[in-house]
Design a binder for this molecule. Sequence first.
Ligand SMILES: *[C@@H]1O[C@H](CO)[C@@H](O)[C@H](O)[C@H]1NC(C)=O
Ligand SMILES: *[C@@H]1O[C@H](CO)[C@@H](O)[C@H](O)[C@H]1NC(C)=O
Ligand SMILES: *[C@@H]1O[C@H](CO)[C@@H](O)[C@H](O)[C@H]1NC(C)=O
Ligand SMILES: *[C@@H]1O[C@H](CO)[C@@H](O)[C@H](O)[C@H]1NC(C)=O
Ligand SMILES: *[C@@H]1O[C@H](CO)[C@@H](O)[C@H](O)[C@H]1NC(C)=O
Ligand SMILES: *[C@@H]1O[C@H](CO)[C@@H](O)[C@H](O)[C@H]1NC(C)=O
Ligand SMILES: *[C@@H]1O[C@H](CO)[C@@H](O)[C@H](O)[C@H]1NC(C)=O
Ligand SMILES: *[C@@H]1O[C@H](CO)[C@@H](O)[C@H](O)[C@H]1NC(C)=O
Ligand SMILES: *[C@@H]1O[C@H](CO)[C@@H](O)[C@H](O)[C@H]1NC(C)=O
Ligand SMILES: *[C@@H]1O[C@H](CO)[C@@H](O)[C@H](O)[C@H]1NC(C)=O
Ligand SMILES: *[C@@H]1O[C@H](CO)[C@@H](O)[C@H](O)[C@H]1NC(C)=O
Ligand SMILES: *[C@@H]1O[C@H](CO)[C@@H](O)[C@H](O)[C@H]1NC(C)=O
Length: 441
Amino acid sequence: MHHLILLLLSCFASLTHQACNPFDQESLLSFQLYIPSSSLNWPSSGDCCLWEGITCNASGNVTHLWLPSKGLTGTISPSIGNLTHLSHLNLSHNRLFGPLPITSFSTLIQLQILDLSYNSLIGEFPSTLLSNHIKLVNLSSNLFNGLIPSSYFQQAGNLMSFNVSNNSFTGPFPSYSFCSVRLLDFSYNDFSGQIPPGLGNCSKLQTFRAGFNNLSGPLPDDLYTATSLEELSLAVNYFSGSISNGIVQLKSLTTLELYSNQLTGLIPKDIGKLTKLRHLLLHINNLSGSLPPSMQNCTNLTTLNLRVNFLQGDISTFNFSMLLQLRTLDLGNNNFTGNLPSTLYSCKFLTAVRLTSNQLEGQVSPEIVALESLSFLSLSTNRLTNISNAIRSLMGLKNLSTLILSKNFMDEAMPDDDHITISDGFQNFEASGFWWLSTQW
Ligand SMILES: *[C@@H]1O[C@H](CO)[C@@H](O)[C@H](O)[C@H]1NC(C)=O
Ligand SMILES: *[C@@H]1O[C@H](CO)[C@@H](O)[C@H](O)[C@H]1NC(C)=O
Ligand SMILES: *[C@@H]1O[C@H](CO)[C@@H](O)[C@H](O)[C@H]1NC(C)=O
Ligand SMILES: *[C@@H]1O[C@H](CO)[C@@H](O)[C@H](O)[C@H]1NC(C)=O
Ligand SMILES: *[C@@H]1O[C@H](CO)[C@@H](O)[C@H](O)[C@H]1NC(C)=O
Ligand SMILES: *[C@@H]1O[C@H](CO)[C@@H](O)[C@H](O)[C@H]1NC(C)=O
Ligand SMILES: *[C@@H]1O[C@H](CO)[C@@H](O)[C@H](O)[C@H]1NC(C)=O
Ligand SMILES: *[C@@H]1O[C@H](CO)[C@@H](O)[C@H](O)[C@H]1NC(C)=O
Ligand SMILES: *[C@@H]1O[C@H](CO)[C@@H](O)[C@H](O)[C@H]1NC(C)=O
Ligand SMILES: *[C@@H]1O[C@H](CO)[C@@H](O)[C@H](O)[C@H]1NC(C)=O
Ligand SMILES: *[C@@H]1O[C@H](CO)[C@@H](O)[C@H](O)[C@H]1NC(C)=O
Ligand SMILES: *[C@@H]1O[C@H](CO)[C@@H](O)[C@H](O)[C@H]1NC(C)=O
């Protein structure tokens, strides 16, 4: 009895769903023609709403074409433009090549989600894609080139996510001021010139990436009013000038990546207001001054990389004991002075520390054994003293696999102490690990 009712119910359910609109079916079949070698198993007849990767609405109009990672090889057929009810199109992770049928895309006025990432598509940005409904565009990891016109963004009033990373787009960075967007990724392209003002109006923007381009000029400081930002990544460009203290308005920031630019001036003095910061990567710039004391308030920091700058000051006065989440610390190739900071030994999760090429002095304290997770330590090219003590202390670090101490301990003899035999200590030095103690290097 129950079964009968269920059966009747399911009959009604399928009756409420009309079979595929024949026009859409024909369009799909000619779409398939363009991708001859694929794992698509669409029959040439039957209800196309039941085919793999197809979703229809209750009237039988095709609304979703969702075929990621299907091994599709070929080009995208112009007949896609006949699927005028399409709201979701996902063809990511296939082997599609050739240009997009740009004029066909202009008829997809219902399109909300477009994911063509990880293919080998070429040609210009489909700016005919002017749908006011569009929410998500992911063209990343293809071979697109040419400009992205600013006018595109003026039409796309509902855009929330825009990822064109890892293509060959060129020309000026598009300006963007009327803004509902949450995610923008322009990284790994060839954009040049400055980032124009406008992003400051994007009050919902959470992720902004434009690293690995040819961008220059000052950092776009109107961005500092986009206070929802959680990730700001502009690494590997030619940005110059200083990092304004205004950046501390971005209170939600967890990742700040500005490495490999030409930035000068100080680390913002109030950076400690960014208490959610986890990753601060400012290495390979021309920053000067000392570590701002307020950085002690960035208690969520796990990665701090400031290497290759002109930073200075007595590092032993900085209180690392508040940065208890630190995993990676790199202050190498600067001009820091003073003793190894004893407060560092509170940071028990540290796995990698590089203080190479500074002017640090004094001895390695036995307290260093508290860093139980440490696997990489480089202290080379400083002015440390007492090599026997150093080795005795460092032998207690059971997870250490790489230790670099070269260019320290000037005029000291290599230790001949019986207690210091490499086979007793440094138990976890693996075949791939290495250690350098040379005083000559
Ligand atoms: C949607 O599909 C129905 C059923 O096939 C069809 O009659 C109708 O014309 C289609 N709607 C549009 C807007 O084309
Ligand atoms: C299906 O989509 C078509 C075209 O967008 C629309 O005209 C029709 O009302 C939709 N049907 C339902 C039940 O939503
Ligand atoms: C497209 O499909 C892939 C694979 O399932 C998925 O990872 C991706 O999130 C989808 N794209 C969108 C915009 O949902
Ligand atoms: C679908 O689009 C193609 C190319 O735009 C066109 O030549 C064809 O006539 C259309 N198919 C139908 C069934 O209208
Ligand atoms: C494309 O980007 C969107 C937004 O970032 C994301 O949701 C989607 O998962 C991405 N697609 C793939 C295949 O990663
Ligand atoms: C953009 O797409 C690429 C893949 O092409 C992905 O690695 C990256 O994480 C995406 N960006 C964002 C912000 O999700
Ligand atoms: C860029 O795209 C290529 C080809 O799809 C892919 O192999 C590579 O991993 C991508 N690189 C990044 C950084 O996303
Ligand atoms: C990089 O930017 C500079 C300065 O804006 C410009 O002169 C140069 O032509 C750009 N290079 C490329 C490859 O776009
Ligand atoms: C922000 O948007 C307003 C209109 O909403 C506009 O007048 C203003 O110029 C925009 N600001 C920037 C920096 O583009
Ligand atoms: C550290 O991050 C967590 C998770 O985002 C957050 O809840 C916490 O408030 C942060 N700590 C501080 C001091 O802001
Ligand atoms: C850290 O934050 C507290 C509370 O906001 C503040 O009183 C203190 O001065 C800050 N410390 C530094 C070194 O800036
Ligand atoms: C490092 O500091 C010393 C002494 O203060 C100074 O002579 C030297 O020029 C500095 N080097 C760099 C690279 O800043």
